[in-house]
Design a protein around this ligand. Structure first.
Ligand code: PEP
Ligand code: MN
Length: 290
């Protein structure tokens, strides 16, 4: 049985096996607020992060940034270093992609989040981004987590495709233990017996980590489903279950995307999702004020 008393506790082998208190477990009823540039995650308002899976060109990322901002997104996402299943797939534009993402974020007035895959790239990624994503495949890359714990850059820690809630929170613990308390958890779907969708969105897991920890939690319905027609409703469900925000993939021409086109929203579908989210987002704000 997983409860706040067991999650994240570690045995220190410094001679007396001292049980140390977890840093991520819930200390009170409040969610910590993590600031990404001028945007708070974990506050009263539900935040929306949006942008392409991969940064492909100046035009692509710029038009996406301006459009998602117009419809109410507050943080721009875009991958420059891509963890692809096949080495023959597009691997990202690297530093050039970081430049293009930063320029688009600045032009739209949005902070940016992008993935770091390797310890070697931490400095350059932190120099260009307001928040750094640890991708699902790297959730248990402990050397990477330890190094990110030494920075003060906000971290978006995705749940590993086969990670239990406990393993996910222990990964967060690594970053906090290193001294970086700016961690946001991200549920992005897990592997189950059911292959009808790309992954299985674990919304109960979101409710559970909201109960167990003080860290803000966001949901990525794009990678969780792999299917653009249901991304919007799943985003709404995420807000209903208590998520502090959502992160979605958006592309000017989804069918021509260099990665994850099937789950990328067109501009019209993004506008529709934002419309769908208005009611639950207002409810969250009102109940917090009541
Ligand atoms: C992504 O955000 O494009 C990505 C690769 O995410 P994940 O690590 O959740 O698969
Ligand atoms: Mn993607």
């Amino acid at each position: 049985m997983l409860d706040a008393g067991t999650v994240g506790k570690t045995n220190r082998t410094n001679g007396n096996d001292k049980l140390v208190q977890s840093l991520v477990e819930r200390r009170d009823d409040l969610t910590s607020v993590v600031w990404v540039g001028d945007q708070p995650i974990g506050g009263v308002e539900v935040i929306v992060m949006a942008g392409p899976c991969s940064v492909e060109s100046r035009e692509q990322v710029m038009s996406t940034a301006l459009t998602v901002k117009k419809y109410g997104a507050s943080i721009l996402r875009g991958g420059a270093y891509k963890p692809r299943t096949s080495p023959y797939d597009f691997q990202g534009l690297g530093v050039e992609g970081l430049h293009l993402l930063r320029q688009a974020g600045d032009a739209a007035g949005m902070p940016v989040v992008t993935e770091v895959m390797s310890e070697d790239d931490i400095d350059v990624v932190c120099d260009h981004a307001d928040m750094v994503q640890v991708g699902a495949r790297n959730m248990q890359n402990f050397a990477l987590l330890r190094k990110l714990g030494k920075t003060r850059t906000p971290i978006l820690l995705k749940r590993g495709p086969s990670a239990t809630v406990k393993e996910w929170l222990s990964a967060a613990e690594y970053i906090l233990h290193g001294g970086n308390e700016n961690v946001v958890l991200c549920e992005r779907g897990i592997k189950t017996f059911d292959s009808s969708l790309r992954n299985t969105l674990d919304l109960a897991g979101v409710a559970l980590v909201k109960e167990l920890t003080h860290l803000p939690v966001v949901v990525d319905p794009s990678h969780a489903t792999g299917k653009r027609s249901i991304v919007g409703v799943c985003a709404k469900a995420a807000v209903a279950v208590g998520a502090d925000g959502v992160i979605v993939e958006v592309h000017p021409q989804p069918d021509k995307a260099w990665s994850d086109g099937a789950q990328s929203l067109s501009f019209d579908l993004f506008a529709e999702m934002m419309d769908r989210l208005q009611k639950p987002m207002r409810t969250v704000v009102q109940s917090a004020k009541a």
